[in-house]
Design a binder for this molecule. Structure first.
Ligand SMILES: C[S@@+](CC[C@H](N)C(=O)[O-])C[C@H]1O[C@@H](n2cnc3c(N)ncnc32)[C@H](O)[C@@H]1O
Length: 280
């Protein structure tokens, strides 16, 4: 078997199982098995593959054809400029959440030390990226999931930030320590009905606790706003991601809790996705 035959085998199997990115996925899976880049594979298509490598490739194809996301198969995902370990205990970091990083960096250009709180840290990708970019700052990151906190700790160690970020397994409701300059979050925001409509690869593999937020999808956002009101310093910023069609309701909640709305940032599909607000 050479690379081209192997890729054809993979393409066909994934295509027959309705994986729309079948070609790219086959190439990436083969690259993983051979520990090469995708480009190295594509310029050496006639190279031969050992039988044990083909078996390994087939095992990965089986996982992918059952809709398992590539990030879980590879056990890693890139976010901002960094790599993070991920598994089924944490949400796969999404590009939309990078808007939160971008907004915080714009507001901290002078790089003076800041005190951050992240609510719902998952893999730790958000707080770790922020502290990597603003090394004079410190952070506390919380998550209701014990398993997520374990992964976030692991990622912080991988980035040599274990002394700058403290991870706590706690519900945002119960947190009562410190005062913060920034609260950041990508909270769960999907309502019970929309959850059933999510893509198979999300619904079957990603943790429900990271996605679902009650009947209206606002359960965690309400807690986040209420808690931020108490924990932010005066003029502190609350910057967080929201779901589709939540802009109006969330703005109302923020105003009711005496936040000034600085900015609504849209994602690449022009959907309002991140709110920047200030405690007044
Ligand atoms: C959408 S995920 C975000 C993970 C990560 N920050 C990211 O952007 O990839 C939301 C996270 O919030 C956590 N979570 C849900 N409810 C929570 C609560 N009441 N208090 C603290 N964390 C919560 C979940 O366990 C999950 O890890």
């Amino acid at each position: 078997m050479n690379y081209i035959n192997t890729l054809n085998y993979g393409n066909k199997l994934l295509k027959n199982n309705n994986i729309s990115s079948y070609q790219l996925d086959s190439e990436l899976l083969l690259a993983k098995v051979l520990n090469k880049t995708r480009e190295e594979i594509l310029i050496n298509l006639k190279d031969k593959l050992e039988a044990n490598k083909f078996d390994k490739f087939k095992k990965l194809l089986i996982r992918r054809k059952q809709n398992e996301p590539l990030a879980y198969i590879f056990r890693q995902k890139e976010f901002w400029k960094y790599n993070f370990f991920v598994n089924k205990d944490v949400l796969i970091p999404r590009p939309e959440t990078e808007i939160v990083v971008d907004e915080v960096l714009k507001l901290t250009k002078n790089k003076s030390p800041k005190n951050f709180l992240e609510v719902g840290t998952g893999s730790g990708c958000l707080i770790i990226s922020l502290i990597n970019e603003r090394p004079n700052s410190r952070g506390i990151a919380i998550d209701i999931s014990k398993k997520a906190i374990k992964i976030a700790n692991f990622n912080a160690k991988m980035h040599h930030l274990e002394n700058k970020i403290k991870f706590i397994n706690i519900d945002v409701d119960k947190l009562n320590i410190n005062k913060y300059d920034f609260v950041v979050s990508n909270p769960p925001y999907i309502n019970k009905i929309d959850l059933k409509r999510l893509d198979n690869n999300v619904r079957q593999f990603e943790p429900i606790i990271a996605l679902e937020a009650g009947v209206d999808g606002l359960k965690t956002i309400k807690k986040l706003i209420f808690k931020s009101k108490k924990l932010l310093k005066k003029n502190g910023k609350l910057i967080f991601e929201i779901g589709e069609n939540q802009e109006f309701e969330v703005k109302k909640l923020l105003m009711k809790n005496r936040f000034y709305i600085n900015k609504i940032c849209k994602d690449i599909r022009s959907i309002p996705r991140v709110i920047v607000s200030t405690k007044i």
